[in-house]
Design a protein around this ligand. Structure first.
Ligand SMILES: Nc1ncnc2c1ncn2[C@@H]1O[C@H](COP(=O)(O)OP(=O)(O)O)[C@@H](O)[C@H]1O
Ligand SMILES: [Mg+2]
Length: 247
């Protein structure tokens, strides 16, 4: 099983859009795929029309008492399952910080899925703290959707720095530009500048109304608009990501 966390310090950068669409593409290829919606906002759960609630809450799940299996739900798509969010997830940072061994617990929860799925996608909440640290330790790759602006790139540098300081291998960072507006000079210049950056993919996700429509369609773009430019962009990013991961 390959675990990919869609992560960024920032909110509203395309983590959930990336998570839902890339996971759908993996499933479409016949790979058994699970999305774990860790964000208390439950956006991934919403896109699959699955209630953002865990039986017994997140505390039990993290303690290993909730039973992952009991909470994993099939989506309406072949090969794609979802472990929904829970509003209690907003306490996860504190929970993981307070509970000794919590990082190990998250890691062992992820490890318990080994053999069951080909891919695990984790839809992370924004922020950087105990939870993100635990996720970095549990995931094989951290996919970072990044808007090509100066401030967004500063947060990318912070994450990269965090990896170095915590002896995490920065080669596990798969950054890609998202919500790109090619009419904007800054976006264009930034993409050009980062074209050869070793942690950035060459393919990117433009700002497209098809992606916005996911909100009303409650579905991945490759499902409701399979021949759209947006679906093609996600396919290109996924293809390049797989190559980088050695899949
Ligand atoms: N490539 C895109 N083009 C247009 N809108 C997008 C794109 N990616 C995301 N959005 C929209 O922007 C908002 C935030 O995206 P989302 O994926 O939920 O971000 P995050 O998970 O990082 O908070 C959502 O309303 C989403 O529909
Ligand atoms: Mg999100």
């Amino acid at each position: 099983m390959t675990t990919i966390a869609l992560y960024n310090i920032k909110g509203g950068v395309g983590k959930t859009a990336g998570c839902v669409n890339l996971a759908y593409l993996a499933a479409e290829e016949g790979k058994k795929t699970l999305i774990w919606d860790v964000d208390p906002q439950g956006s991934s759960s919403y896109y699959f029309n699955i209630e953002a609630r865990l039986k017994g809450g997140i505390k039990k799940l993290i303690a290993g008492e909730g039973g992952l299996e009991a909470n994993i739900q099939p989506t309406e798509y072949d090969n794609l399952w979802l472990l929904p969010a829970d509003f209690g997830n907003r306490h996860l940072d504190i929970l993981i910080d307070e509970t000794k061994q919590a990082r190990k617990k998250l890691k062992s929860l992820v490890a318990s899925l080994q053999g069951e799925y080909d891919y695990l996608f984790i839809d992370c909440p924004p922020g950087i703290g105990a939870l993100s640290e635990a996720i970095f330790a549990s995931a094989d790759f951290v996919a970072l959707p990044t808007i090509p602006t100066t401030l967004s790139l500063r947060t990318f540098d912070m994450v990269q720095q965090f990896f170095v300081e915590h002896q995490l291998d920065p080669a596990r960072l798969l950054a890609f530009f998202s919500m790109v507006d090619i009419r904007k000079n800054l976006h264009n210049e930034t993409i050009e500048k980062y074209y050869k950056h070793k942690h950035f993919l060459k393919n990117y996700i433009p700002y497209l109304s098809t992606v916005e429509k996911m909100g009303t369609r409650q579905a991945p773009v490759a499902w409701f608009a399979p021949s759209s430019y947006a679906a093609q962009c996600f396919r290109d990013v996924w293809k390049e990501m797989k190559k980088k991961m050695g899949a």
